[in-house]
Design a protein around this ligand. Sequence first.
Ligand code: URA
Ligand code: SF4
Length: 195
Amino acid sequence: MDELRKIEQEVRQCTGCPLSSDRTNAVPGKGNSKAKVLFIGEGPGKDEDAKGEPFVGAAGKFLTQLIESIGLTRDDVFIANVVKCRPPNNRDPFPEEIEACWPYLLKQVKALRPQLVVTLGRHSMDRFLPGLKISEAHGQAKTYKGLWQPKQVYLPLYHPAAALYDPKKRDVLFEDFKEIPKILKKMANTKEDDS
Ligand code: URA
Ligand code: SF4
């Protein structure tokens, strides 16, 4: 069994923090095991908890639109969350829940080795790029300590849910998404130069 499947099974059975007691389904994450881009959201909502899949509700539909706006599909990428079980009433995950769930996300990024990690929202950004303000940092790629190699490229973006009822943020997200193909192209060119 491949590593991502193994992680998925572990997550589905996990009782590592109190969020396990309220969940219908754990939401390990989903996507292409060869994805160049890994999206990391915050945690499952009601629809995700019901289905056991990430970003399948309203925010998820918008995320699909954003991904398709740059010529990709959800099958090209991998989508995961900082916590794998739904916090009750969609409250923010507690630091100790994020901590308890962190080993799974770490194992996922190490198994995937994506070229680009896109963080969605403040909680996801804080985990990888601590100390930034999302209103200033969104849409700007950062090279930072990598979890599976010395350096890694991260792109912090607003959470799609924050843009659902805010047309200005919607526009910003569509604009910021255009950075993704640019970053991938730049990385491909750099690789060719190296060889
Ligand atoms: N919001 C998230 O952060 N993750 C999901 O999977 C769905 C909504
Ligand atoms: Fe386990 Fe993470 Fe779910 Fe907590 S949130 S029970 S650590 S999978």
